[in-house]
Design a protein around this ligand. Structure first.
Ligand code: TRH
Length: 365
């Protein structure tokens, strides 16, 4: 159901190239759906829409998901967003130059807590050559504070999560923990240190139900389960159901970008497996996030959380401190709630984008 919008409906063109995995489409879809549910008219042009069959099986009013090639003959709308610097088709960019007024052209960048984000957010990139000559492109950076573009957060998301009955939801699907069992969701890349992780979970005889998302976890975990652990292999869920899974677990292991953000909204302990980059850029990116997310926590608790996150990502050996972080989830739960409350005060990404576009178009938002 579309939320009535005080602003005039605009036509938004979102472009997405799938490089690997599911985050490129995942973020673009999440953005497109949020815009559409707030009353905007959105076309999502993507070079590989195959994952849509499970990510978004139901149509969303106001959102059309279309093959990339069809954009070549389309008339550009009021706003054009290229996600993660994907190059737009030349004929489309030429058509943008002919449009009066030209669309507001935005490059939506990757999420990071590093300092460069605040410096780069909102910068203008005048196009001096090529098909877009004479146009301006704007850099829009999501982020974790008010000097950035914020995070995708649908209206009333935190209230919805707080009112959600995760136990009943798991029960209805046959995924509920038995009495005395704790439950985690596990979405991971293949290089995770599986043995150290499962040992650490089992260390004090705790019993765990591991809900394994499709991919590496389903191959790696079942043959390695320790005493007191059992696992269920989940199918791919819709994005909305994947969110509900995160809201229902005692611990969420997430990766990439979109599941990482959604786990923060869940307000439960989480462990992030960052997208690995050959040049090592993922190390400082992880540390910048940890620094932000654990600020204000007791020093010993923060140190253990850092040790666990770095070990899970292969950036440090697995230590006793990492073990301790996994065996004491109560401080991580408190911190996750505090962190979420702070993020919830921020302007969300869609509100920030719409405000930016209104200003650029000279319309009071
Ligand atoms: O799949 P990811 O690792 O994606 C990426 C890509 O590697 C991308 O190239 C990189 O740029 C980016 O990370 C940083 O992880 P991510 O971002 O969490 O995307 C997964 C999406 O799949 C997310 O939108 C949630 C969704 N999903 C479901 O909808 N249902 C499911 O059952 C699962 C497991 C995920």
């Amino acid at each position: 159901m579309a939320v009535p919008s005080p602003q005039a409906t605009l036509q938004w063109d979102l472009f997405c190239r799938v490089i690997d995995n599911h985050g490129d489409l995942g973020v673009s879809l999440r953005l497109g759906r949020d815009l559409a549910l707030r009353g905007e008219s959105v076309r999502l042009w993507c070079d590989d829409l195959s994952a849509l069959a499970w990510m978004q099986p139901e149509p969303v009013p106001g959102l059309s998901c279309l093959p990339w090639e069809q954009s070549i003959t389309a008339a550009p709308g009021d706003v054009v967003i290229e996600t993660f610097g994907c190059d737009l088709p030349e004929p489309f960019v030429r058509a943008m130059g002919r449009r009066q007024p030209p669309p507001v052209w935005i490059n939506l960048e990757y999420l990071s807590a590093e300092d460069y984000v605040e410096r780069s957010h909102g910068l203008r990139s005048p196009q001096f050559s090529g098909p877009g000559e004479g146009l301006d492109k704007w850099f829009f950076y999501p982020g974790f504070n008010a000097r950035t573009g914020g995070l995708l957060r649908e209206p009333a998301l935190i209230d919805t999560i707080q009112a959600f009955d995760g136990q009943a939801w798991l029960q209805a699907r046959g995924w509920a923990p038995t009495s005395g069992e704790r439950v985690l969701s596990l979405f991971a890349y293949p290089q995770a240190p599986w043995d150290a992780f499962l040992d650490a979970l089992a260390q004090h005889g705790e019993r765990w139900l591991l809900l394994l998302c499709p991919g590496a976890a389903q191959q790696a975990v079942p043959p390695r389960l320790r005493a007191g652990q059992r696992a269920l292999a989940l199918p791919y869920l819709s994005q909305s159901d994947y969110d509900r899974l995160l809201w229902s677990c005692d611990l969420n292991l997430v990766r990439g970008e979109d599941s990482f953000v959604r786990a923060q909204w869940a307000g439960r302990p989480m462990l992030w497996q960052i997208y690995f980059q050959d040049d090592g850029a993922h190390g400082p990116k992880l540390d910048a996030f940890l620094k932000a997310a654990w600020s204000g926590a007791a020093a010993s608790v923060a140190q253990e959380a850092w040790a666990l996150a770095r070990a899970w990502n292969g950036l440090a050996p697995w230590t006793d401190a990492a073990d301790r972080a996994l065996s004491q989830l109560a401080p991580a739960t408190d911190q996750a709630r505090r962190w979420r409350a702070g993020l919830g005060e921020q302007t969300d990404l869609v509100t920030a984008l719409r405000g930016f576009v209104s200003r650029e178009r000279g319309v009071s938002g």
